[in-house]
Ligand binder design. Sequence first.
Ligand code: 5GP
Ligand code: ZN
Length: 135
Amino acid sequence: MKDCNCIFCKIANGEIPSATLYEDDSFRVILDLNPASRGHALVLPKEHYANLFEIPEDVLGKAMAVARKVGTRLFEGLHADGLNIVQNNGESAGQTVFHFHIHLIPRYADDSVKLGWKPGTLTDEDKAQILDLFG
Ligand code: 5GP
Ligand code: ZN
């Protein structure tokens, strides 16, 4: 299903032109308009799923395969030193476009990309409570 108000639906399905690196029946991979680094790209499914919790498992698996295929070409072709795969779900996690997408962010030794967090400490209480969820 497409969402006619969703910009990534329009881009993925070719209604809005984009710098396309890869396309097949189910996905389009485009260059990000505001890249974190040289070669920053986005894997977009052509169907609309808001996030990780909505995308069916088989589509997710194919999306990761596309991410690896295009990520490898970016990594090798741009002589990157590393590659981050980032996938945001929800505003608090930094999601700004609510159509599932995977970021491919090539990394270079001297880049200024910041994806870090301040490491905390796993408390015994949290550990017990969270392990309980998976009982
Ligand atoms: P999010 O923050 O939702 O994980 O990522 C959204 C990404 O989409 C951002 O990196 C942003 O730069 C990119 N973006 C937003 N609108 C457009 C657009 O119209 N075209 C392209 N190519 N990228 C976009
Ligand atoms: Zn959409």
